[in-house]
Design a protein around this ligand. Structure first.
Ligand code: UDX
Length: 449
């Protein structure tokens, strides 16, 4: 099948490349000329395991091409996928200007039956707005062309994006049009493997499904973070509680890890956008408000624990930070808890040496200049270099190389053997046995009894 994907961000690029890999002829369009020039050379704007090979190989085979505009002669296709960004506006609601601009562009070009897919995470009602814009453009051109706008949200995770796309749990297709459903049944047939994985529903239902899925996962995490806060104060080890409740198949083990709060480009943004959507209907989303508030507080929990341990005077203290990306397996630092901690530590006069297996370049580019210029933040290329002379080690992202470090070496390097374990990676008893003070999340360490 021939298709055109607009937007070469995470979703667009992975979608385009994986659909080409399945034998389709795909054009990926992005207005960023530099990005397109680099993609043509096989240089990717994101760090994603397996993606570079797919992009390079499919370009070589002629199944994947890149263009800077829908006006590109090869970009005309019976299926368009909109995968441009929906950044949060000032009030947290999704800004649809890029989506609607693409809709306008599509409306100016199509001349035969076309399926337009919304792949971006967009508020309920967006497909109808996109259809309205396309219809308006067609009217201006004096044309009557059939088209369908379908909601087809993407559920891939960063770091597992190719695998998630190729082996989806489900594919959500929001459309009442049998004609569009038929086109998409054919497009996604190669991904069905053992059984049918497409769930058809109404277009608004599909739009809500994406927000509900991400908000549900964010809720699980915030719930566990709240329980961890209680465990800390009541002499309970949340790790045992996690195992105890996860064994209930109705609860399950996934997404119940307490930590330093969720981050990334999706959960925080989508929870806030759903809150805004609810408010616009006059409905106060009490639970979502709490999920958001808990996460806000959770991103500062390590700092609170540091203050509790060292007292309010952090000037002259030095911390070794392991992890900068919002989760392992990516260089993405958007809404990363590490940034919140760095801001607090630096504001209170502390010095930080930070290491991350993938995000150093992004950190160097995106973190405030002043943090580096003041000498308070130093990025190091080797994980143990972060610990030299440190008053404490703070683990904030659970990258694999941090899981079983050489603690004897760690202890020799540090000024004092204190570990703030922001992802409960270490066994408190084992660390205590090695002479460390271990402070985790919800390990019962702040018990008043
Ligand atoms: C998420 C959704 O999983 C994906 O389906 C959607 O398409 C986009 O948003 P992603 O942002 O890549 O994907 O990250 P994910 O792996 O889901 O983790 C999100 C955040 O939750 C991370 O900060 C992670 O550290 C945190 N998390 C996750 C926890 O704190 N505890 C957990 O138990 C699980």
């Amino acid at each position: 099948m021939k298709l055109t994907v607009i937007g070469t961000g995470y979703v667009g690029l992975v979608t385009g490349a994986c659909l080409a890999e399945m034998g389709n002829a795909v054009t990926c369009v992005d207005v960023d000329e530099q990005k397109i020039a680099r993609l043509r050379e096989g240089i990717l704007p994101i760090y994603e395991p397996g993606l570079e090979t797919i992009v390079t190989e499919n370009q070589k085979q002629g199944r994947l091409r890149f263009a800077t505009s829908l006006a590109d002669p090869g970009a005309e296709a019976p299926v368009y996928m909109i995968a441009v960004g929906t950044p949060p506006g000032e009030d947290g609601s999704a800004d649809l200007q890029y989506v609607l601009a693409v809709a306008r562009d599509i409306g100016r070009r199509i001349s035969q039956y076309t399926v337009v897919l919304d792949k971006s995470t967009v508020p309920v009602g967006t497909a109808e707005r996109v259809a309205g814009v396309i219809r308006g453009e067609l009217q201006q051109r004096g044309l009557s062309v059939d088209f369908d706008v379908v909601s087809n949200p993407e559920f891939l995770k960063e770091g597992d994006a190719v695998q998630d796309f190729m082996r989806p749990d489900r594919i959500i297709i929001g459309s009442d049009s049998e004609r569009a459903r038929e086109v998409l049944r054919e497009l996604y047939a190669p991904f069905m493997r053992t059984h049918e994985r497409i769930i058809f529903m109404g277009v608004r239902d599909a739009e809500m499904t994406k927000y509900a899925a991400n908000s549900m996962l964010a809720t699980k995490i915030s719930f566990m973070n709240e329980i961890a806060g209680l465990c800390d104060r009541m002499g309970v080890d949340v790790e045992n509680v996690r195992l105890g409740i996860g064994s209930d198949s109705r609860i399950g083990y996934s997404f119940i890890y307490p930590g330093a709060g969720y981050g990334g480009s999706c959960f925080p943004k989508d929870v806030r956008a759903l809150i805004q959507m609810a408010r616009q209907t006059g409905f106060e989303p009490m639970l979502l408000n709490a999920v958001e508030a808990r996460n806000h507080a959770q991103q500062r929990v390590l700092y609170q624990k540091i203050l509790q341990h060292f007292g309010p005077q952090l000037a002259g203290r030095s911390f070794g930070l392991w992890g900068l990306s919002f989760k392992p397996g990516t260089d993405d630092m958007r809404e990363a808890p590490s940034t919140v901690l760095l801001r607090d530590l630096i504001a209170s006069g502390a010095r930080v040496k930070a290491y991350d297996p993938a995000a150093l370049e992004v950190a160097r580019r995106d973190l405030p200049r002043t943090w580096f210029e003041s000498g308070q933040l130093q990025l190091v290329e080797q994980q143990y270099d972060a610990l030299k002379g440190a008053d404490a080690l703070v683990l904030i992202t659970e990258w694999k190389p941090f899981r079983h470090p050489d603690f004897t070496l760690v202890k020799t390097l540090m000024k004092s053997p204190i570990v703030f374990d922001g992802r409960n990676q270490y066994d408190p008893a084992q660390l205590r046995g090695l002479g460390f003070t271990h402070i985790g999340i919800g390990r019962g360490g702040e018990a008043i009894t």
